[in-house]
Design a protein around this ligand. Structure first.
Ligand code: ADP
Length: 377
């Protein structure tokens, strides 16, 4: 239309209106796509409903957390889609009470428990009327698990430190109260105090080793080292202990150096702990065997014994901090329950791994694998 009369002007107005409308539609559609892209890439689950509790939006994570059937669920009531009643209830309450709400929730399933934090808030329109609600679901399973591990660890450390301290205090108070105590009893008490102090010392050393391994800048102590050399030095120190207990100890470590990048002190603790355990948990008359072998890429250290063995149930837990199959027996032998946790951490810090193979009453083999570097690198 090019005429200059009313019809022409009207047509022009229509044209510019339709252009404007098209532009607005495009902006709305771009904004919506952006929003959907953001919501679908979030690690949190998000559900938005209107005031009739019908779904406006539900991202993939929320669908999975709330076990919502596949497909487009827009427009369907939320309570029809999920069996997680708490999610529906908190959304309804946010609409009814017009306020932000939060709640923790544990969902049990075949794959284990899942801890969620739910946060719901009402959606307002421009005149401040509530027209729906949004729910954000945050998976805190890992955090909860770490928190439990941390709490258990602190409780264990406190308990382990308190036991020898209580004993020392008992001996000291008895000695202070009894000025007439005969020399023999006094010497016996002092000897017990000394062994409790040694125990405290071992415990603190093990805790410091673990904390050093846990801290990230640990690699500053790493340098090129010959694993065979470290094994030789460790074995030298432990032979006497095996002999005193009446155990035969065989060592097969070849004669070529095995180069890796690591911390020799930590590696020595790894070997000492494995061989020390093999000696401790094998009755006299038994044997302890240490083998070191390698292919082009990795070294394999095996420590075997024909001692008491570890049941399959306990085998899964022996690398946990403070886990001991027989607490009293381990204490008697001077154990802290941290030895194998240190072994595992040292192996992991060196890019390696540790595994255990055992049969109750027949013996145990621990295998440590460590990546090697070339001779010149
Ligand atoms: P501990 O200081 O008690 O020896 P560890 O962390 O070194 O602590 O070992 C954890 C537990 O694993 C021990 O208490 C013991 O029950 C079991 N264990 C470790 N090594 C052996 C082994 N060679 N034979 C049998 N049991 C073992």
């Amino acid at each position: 239309m090019t005429s200059r009369d009313e019809v022409g002007r009207l047509a022009k107005a229509f044209n510019s209106m339709s252009e404007e409308l098209e532009q607005r539609m495009e902006t709305i559609s771009t904004d919506r796509n952006k929003l959907v892209a953001i919501l679908s890439s979030m690690v949190e689950g998000v559900v938005a409903i209107d005031q009739d509790e019908r779904v406006l939006h539900l991202n993939q994570v929320a669908a999975e957390m709330l076990d919502v059937p596949d497909g487009n669920q827009e427009g369907r009531p939320i309570w029809e889609l999920t069996r997680v009643r708490e999610a529906c209830a908190i959304l309804s309450r946010a609409i009814r009470d017009r306020q932000d709400l939060s709640q923790e929730l544990t969902l049990s399933s075949m794959d284990g428990d899942r801890s969620l934090v739910l946060r719901a808030c009402p959606i307002h329109d421009s005149s401040r009327d509530v027209v729906g609600a949004v729910l954000v679901l945050h998976d805190v399973t890992e955090e909860s698990r770490f928190e439990v591990v941390r709490r258990d660890f602190v409780a264990n450390v406190s308990h382990e430190l308190k036991t020898p301290l209580t004993a020392i205090r008992g001996y000291v108070e008895t000695m202070v109260d009894d000025a007439e105590m005969d020399g023999e009893t006094r010497a016996r008490f002092l000897d017990r105090i000394r062994s409790q102090v040694l125990r405290l010392g071992t415990l603190v050393t093990d805790l410091l080793t673990l904390s050093r391994l846990d801290s990230r800048d640990d690699h500053v102590d790493f340098h090129r080292m010959d694993l065979r050399q470290t094994v030789t030095e460790s074995v030298h120190g432990l032979r006497g202990k095996a002999e005193t207990k009446g155990l035969s100890m065989s060592v097969d470590i070849g004669d070529a150096p095995l180069w890796l990048v690591g911390d020799p002190e930590a590696m020595r603790q790894l070997i000492d702990n494995l061989v020390g355990n093999a000696i401790n948990y094998t009755p006299s008359g038994g044997w302890v065997r240490l083998r070191l072998s390698a292919d082009e890429e990795e070294a394999r250290l095996q420590v075997s014994d024909n001692g008491v063995g570890i049941s399959p149930k306990d085998r899964e837990r022996v690398f946990e901090r403070f886990f001991r199959v027989d607490k009293a027996r381990s204490r008697e032998l001077g154990g802290t329950g941290l030895g194998l946790a240190i072994v595992k951490n040292v192996a992991l810090a060196h890019g390696g791994s540790v595994s255990v193979d055992s049969e109750l009453g027949r013996g145990t083999t621990f295998t440590v694998r460590l990546p090697l570097t070339g001779p010149e690198s």
